[in-house]
Design a binder for this molecule. Sequence first.
Ligand code: GFB
Length: 321
Amino acid sequence: MNCEPLDREKKIYVAGHRGLVGSALVRRLERDGFTRIIVRTHEELDLTRQAEVEAFFAEEKPAYVILAAAKVGGIHANDTCPADFIMKNLQIECNVIDSAYRSQAEKLLFLGSSCIYPRECSQPIREEYLLSGYLEKTNEAYALAKIAGLKMCAFYNQQYHTRYISVMPCNLYGINDNFSLESSHVLPALIRKFHEAKKKGEPAVSIWGSGTPLREFLNVDDLADACLYLLDHYEGNEFFNIGSGQEISILELAELVKRITGYQGHLVFDTTKPDGTPRKLTDISRILAAGWSPKIDLETGIRRTYEWFCKKYEMGAFTER
Ligand code: GFB
């Protein structure tokens, strides 16, 4: 498109490398021949601490930065801990984006979320619909922090002529996801619930809400591919929706996961739990026009994730609720 690709020999810092998105990015960068991938565990570097982050950037001076570190969670975690979601995410964004600027990073990629868009906006959701209405209440705090991060990148570009890119992915899933039943997103929760119900011979699996909400899912390896594509090919002040462009109801998703896991029982709906936004299908015309398209279909992606989950499960992972 409009810029030089990243130099594979230069330092690239992936913040959040143990998470779903960060770990997929590290895999992708390694596969692509990056030789100096910088990572820090939470114990080594607390991204909510400004002085620590400034010192880290001053010492390492990464040429490129991918900001995949965030306080994330499913509908229940977002709904019950809004203070944590807004505070931690704003802190991480301010610290990392400003330190990247001060240490003269050449390029930065910021990861947002499709929940930044108004709850009632028309579908599929175009990037232009940002800030055109009220947000969904169950994830308002997280969405506000992600809007702030996206705008920060745009304003740094405007004032300081930096080259920061923002992407807004739909609901993601894949290996290294959070499978805790309390705080996870729907797909890992369903994989674990059906797997455990099958193992224990339970007659029914509980699905939160009514089953009617529609969601768009993208395998995290597709997202990592899109991020590297943009870092290599794009420079400018637009941000990009990244999605599969296809939606599925929670009921249909539950039936698909049930089939993949081989569970034989039936579904019950727990309507004391929230549905969240009724629908959030992104319009992916902008990224398609930029030359990138998704490659992993939902069933293939869930099968791969389930295979990985089963191996980990047998090794004793996922003991927490
Ligand atoms: O994935 P999820 O937690 O987040 O829930 P959101 C999606 C839908 O699945 C909701 C239903 O309608 C849930 O009620 N659901 C059914 C379940 N069973 C389950 C279950 O066992 N666990 C979970 N978690 N959901 C999040 C936002 O919204 O999406 C974040 O809170 C973020 O801010 C993320 O943007 C991508 O899609 O509703």
